[in-house]
Design a protein around this ligand. Structure first.
Ligand code: ZN
Length: 274
């Protein structure tokens, strides 16, 4: 069998028997693959670092079209160290990788999603706002779930300015003048929708200057949760963990983290938003 190599991102790993591991890798060239790693728990196994969560590398092994693939080695190992070491960021990174795992079939070649995932992790690792990075990811990966909400303009008149609300009936936005077309519209925060529209098409290189007020973030969270509830119906443990973390982080961790300059974005003055 041919040994082949591909760039990849570790999705997760779990122990298998006493000494071995099953490691799921999102490979750039062969989609998501489950690898059997023999003797992964041996001391000084050269693969140990390559198999840690939040690691990207070039992996080589035998890729099979059915069943498990086999991993022989790795090079150019690049850990996303900040994600690995910060419990907050780990939570968001885990959720993003869980979404990737849920959104596409195993073995499906999807280099675009690979690149997008790589960018999201890179941004998280650089200390960019994890909520914004995650919201952008959630909105743009909807397409892979076969969901394409129309967030570009009012579904009735084509208005592109807003303020908008979202309507399931129209599968898209309604401008203020056409709110009466759907009494069951989401009643979402118009500011949140403004940013959801933006996030739907933005690329990660463009986000450096975005800072959001806490209320706007909450509005976005609510809107995206509503979309996912209605169209995707996914209930990931990692997402629930983030929701819980939001609650206790206010009480416990933020005050401790702030003095370290760890890039927590507090509420910003209203002038920073359009
Ligand atoms: Zn309209």
């Amino acid at each position: 069998m041919d040994v082949t190599e591909t760039r990849g991102i570790i999705l997760f790993s779990r122990d298998h028997k006493e000494k071995d591991k099953l490691v799921k890798i999102f490979t750039e060239s062969y989609g998501k693959q489950m690898f059997y790693v023999k003797g992964a728990h041996r001391k000084n196994n050269p693969l140990t670092a390559a198999l840690l969560n939040f690691t990207e590398g070039v992996y080589f092994g035998t890729i099979r079209s059915e069943g498990l693939s086999f991993l022989n080695g790795a090079k150019e190992i690049t850990p996303f160290r900040h994600i690995q070491e910060d419990i907050f960021v780990t939570a968001y990174g885990t959720y993003i990788l869980n979404l990737v795992d849920a959104a596409i079939e195993d073995r499906l070649y999807d280099p675009h999603l690979y690149g997008f995932t790589h960018q999201a992790l890179t941004q998280l690792d650089k200390g960019a706002d994890p909520e914004i990075i995650t919201n952008i990811f959630e909105l743009q990966i909807l397409q892979r779930f076969g969901v394409t909400p129309q967030l570009d303009h009012c579904a009735v008149c084509g208005d592109q300015k807003g303020p908008f609300d979202y309507s399931s009936k129209y599968g898209g936005l309604l401008c203020e003048r056409h709110f009466d077309h759907d009494p069951h519209r989401y009643h979402a925060d118009p500011r949140a929708l403004h940013f959801a529209r933006l996030f739907m098409n933005i690329s990660y290189e463009q986000i450096n200057s975005i800072q959001l007020k806490v209320e706007t973030k909450q509005g976005l969270r609510q809107f995206i949760d509503q979309l996912y509830e209605e169209y995707v119906g996914l209930h990931l443990k990692s997402k629930r963990f983030i929701d819980q973390m939001q609650n206790w982080s206010q009480l416990l961790l933020k005050p401790q983290r702030a003095p370290e300059g760890n890039n927590i974005k507090e509420d910003t003055p209203p002038t920073s938003e359009p």
